[in-house]
Design a binder for this molecule. Structure first.
Ligand code: ADP
Ligand code: MG
Ligand code: MG
Length: 212
């Protein structure tokens, strides 16, 4: 039986999964331009496993996200599987440390910053390398600004998701400097980074779910 925060975390993951299934072919097509074309199936496989684990975890958001992150990394494989797994488990760990079942926007901002640092440490990419880190960094920065300005979680999330979508859009004209696409970096110019798109779109769907 999930606590309220566990149900919220599960609903967020479910909304992300639904959006990833809608985008599966598109993400694969983007990934095929300069890399191996598996990003759509990697993300749906990972998120399906994360949801399965979330249903068996509990009761709170911390436990749900830790279980989901481990399952995601295991099932998805690939660069994005490890990075998403690390990001989800880091947010889960920070929520667990809060000792509060309903952390506010300022606390969440800190958890998202920790997740960004974990992803940067693991993947070695920084903003500007044309990876998911571009979208993640934009999300985290905007969420922090809104939270420190007094916004509630749903409003901070909406603003941050819009920033993530803009950052994903801005990867189009960039040259890939990390990941598989860096080997065919010239070919990546003119195409959105698939990992930035999947992250921005997932976060957007999650934000809509939080409003319900
Ligand atoms: P793989 O490259 O192993 O096939 P995916 O296709 O699922 O994995 O994911 C590709 C996406 O992962 C890229 O579009 C990029 O956003 C992200 N990515 C790849 N390598 C890194 C890295 N070192 N740091 C951050 N993000 C990365
Ligand atoms: Mg790939
Ligand atoms: Mg691959």
């Amino acid at each position: 039986e999930l606590a309220p925060s566990g149900r919220t975390a599960r609903a967020v993951l479910a909304a992300m999964g639904e959006r990833l299934h809608e985008l599966e072919k598109h993400l694969g097509d983007l990934d095929a331009v300069a890399a191996d074309g598996d990003h759509g199936t990697t993300m749906t496989r990972g998120m399906d496993a994360a949801l399965h684990a979330a249903d068996r975890a509990g009761p709170d958001a911390a436990a749900v996200l830790r279980a989901a992150g481990m399952a995601f990394a295991d099932a998805a494989g690939g660069a994005s599987g490890a990075l998403w797994g690390s990001g989800l488990t880091t947010v889960g760990a920070l929520l667990g440390a809060a000792g509060d079942d309903r952390p506010g926007a300022v606390y969440l901002a800190g958890a998202f910053e920790a997740a960004r640092e974990a992803v940067i440490r693991l993947g070695g990419s920084v903003p500007g390398d044309k990876t998911m880190v571009d979208a993640l960094d934009a999300f985290v920065r905007e969420f922090r600004t809104a939270a420190d300005g007094g916004a509630r979680v749903t409003d901070a999330w909406s603003a941050a998701a819009a920033a993530a979508r803009a950052a994903a859009e801005a990867t189009k004209d960039m040259r890939a400097r990390r990941g598989r696409a860096a080997r065919l970096a010239d070919r990546s110019v003119g195409t959105l980074d698939p990992g930035a798109v999947s992250l921005a779109e997932s976060l957007t769907a999650a934000g809509a779910a939080l409003r319900q």
